[in-house]
Write a protein that binds this ligand. Structure first.
Ligand SMILES: Cc1cc2nc3c(=O)[nH]c(=O)nc-3n(C[C@H](O)[C@H](O)[C@H](O)COP(=O)(O)OP(=O)(O)OC[C@H]3O[C@@H](n4cnc5c(N)ncnc54)[C@H](O)[C@@H]3O)c2cc1C
Length: 411
């Protein structure tokens, strides 16, 4: 039986494993390696920070979920992909090195949150990007009595990729921030939480971005609406602010500029996964993201696919694109293994919902201007909040199997 090894078990890895099994059944033996025993639903982590969910409400237990669908699960941390020898080294839960071989490989281990680039992170840093960060922030917000809050994004270490856009000729886009959707979501959610708590009138908020303004991955019209919203709420805005340090009452950028912050909440810098440094170098671009064609197949090793945040192609780094790329990859594999399957066309666009659960509304964003399109939707409505709620339930109910996401889930 053909051996398919999947590295990573969140949106991209889960979609790849489930789709491969669904399309190929007994023709393929699927094993998934993930460093944690669970897959956390990342789009719900901002909600954890304001107490709408607990982190454990949003975790899929991989050791139970995957075997139910005929997929083997190994908890381990991938250390090296040897593309020439078709082997992967990982450290098991005791720290011992183990090796797996494969016929086909899916790299879906995402990007890394580069918190070590931020001086003072351990003492003063806050984020919502992983369950433990979101839970810790919730405790701080519960005790927050007013003061200065800064919300923004770290830089994206993307390599020397040039600004392109315009799919399909030159698709990978350059971005200052890897994913500012969560920043935007927090900028509406946190004020709503503080209002409810009765301390918003004692709080001053600054929104910052490493880009020339916030949300440079969506069109100028939608950005204008966001900036007007911030101005109407009395928020300060700081652009071209490339965060480098947290201090007790301020944050500092690379040029020494400061923003007052008793509480600074950030999307940490994104960079390539740690496993890249030990792996076959020509799998990756100079930023450490995998180079593939539009079927997500490595341009150097045709038995290796890369999906989601680990692939150079996905900009911004979005779950919506992680699922799309993983489906395309496995549709391609199905054809190669003799199961005729229609292969979706990669359609990069920003699709996400910035939720404001405490005020029962959300802003649904659909935008492809980064790729030369003219779609530019930013739609605030209650129904978008309901869609996000349903999507969260859908993810948990299916153990992260996004097969019907096109019909039942909204990002
Ligand atoms: C707070 C937040 C909210 C977001 N909200 C949205 C949203 O609403 N809509 C949207 O479209 N996108 C959203 N995103 C972006 C989205 O979450 C990511 O694009 C998506 O998770 C990428 O999926 P992935 O599977 O490629 O990578 P990841 O989600 O990073 O998953 C990688 C997996 O691999 C594992 N792993 C990492 N390294 C190793 C290793 N060395 N060995 C073994 N396993 C490893 C990790 O534990 C993880 O399970 C959000 C991001 C954040 C941070």
């Amino acid at each position: 039986m053909t051996k398919l090894l999947v590295l990573g078990g969140r949106f991209a890895g889960l979609t790849a494993a489930y789709t491969a099994k669904r399309l190929l059944g007994d023709k393929v033996d699927v094993t998934l390696v993930n460093k944690t025993p669970y897959a956390a639903f990342r789009p719900g982590m901002p909600h954890v920070s304001i107490g709408v969910f607990k982190a454990e409400d949003l975790e899929v237990d991989l050791g139970t979920a995957l075997p139910k669908k005929g997929i083997s699960f190994i908890q381990g941390t991938v250390d090296k992909v040897d593309a020439k020898a078709k082997k992967v080294d990982y450290l098991d839960t005791s720290g011992a090195k183990q090796t797996l071989d494969y016929d086909y490989l899916v790299i879906a281990f995402g990007a890394k949150l580069g918190v070590e680039h931020l001086k003072g992170w351990d003492k003063y840093g806050n984020s919502v990007c992983e369950p433990e960060f979101a839970t810790a922030l919730h405790k701080k917000l519960e005790n927050f009595k007013g003061g200065n809050i800064a919300i923004g994004s770290g830089v994206f270490y993307q390599g020397s990729l040039k600004q392109k856009g315009n799919y399909p000729d030159n698709w990978s886009a350059k971005a200052e921030s890897a994913c500012e959707g969560p920043v935007f979501e927090l900028s509406i959610m946190i004020p709503a939480y503080l209002k409810k708590k009765g301390v918003m009138d004692k709080t001053h908020i600054t929104i910052f971005s490493p880009g020339e303004e916030i949300l440079t991955d969506i069109g100028k019209g939608s950005r204008g609406v966001v900036k007007n919203l911030y101005a109407s709420q009395g928020f300060d805005m700081a652009w071209n602010f490339k965060l480098s340090e947290f201090r007790e009452h301020e944050i500092v950028d690379e040029t020494g500029k400061t923003i007052k912050a008793d509480l600074a909440i950030v999307l940490p810098p994104y960079e390539c996964n740690d496993a890249v440094k030990n792996s076959t170098p020509d799998l990756f671009d100079d930023g450490g993201f995998v180079l593939t064609d539009d079927h997500m197949k490595s341009i150097k090793y045709d038995n290796i696919y890369a999906c989601g945040d680990a692939n150079q192609i996905t900009v911004p780094k979005l779950g919506f694109l992680a699922v799309q790329t993983a489906k395309i990859a496995m549709e391609d594999l199905a054809n190669r293994l003799g199961v005729k399957t229609e292969i979706d066309t990669y359609n990069p666009e920003v699709v996400c919902i910035a939720d404001n659960p405490l005020e029962n509304m959300a802003i649904g964003v659909e935008d492809n201007t980064l790729y030369g399109g003219d779609k530019q939707v930013a739609d605030p409505s209650s129904i978008n909040h309901v869609k996000k709620e349903l999507f969260t339930k859908y993810f948990m109910w299916t153990d992260g199997d996004m097969a019907l996401e096109k019909y039942l889930g909204s990002w």
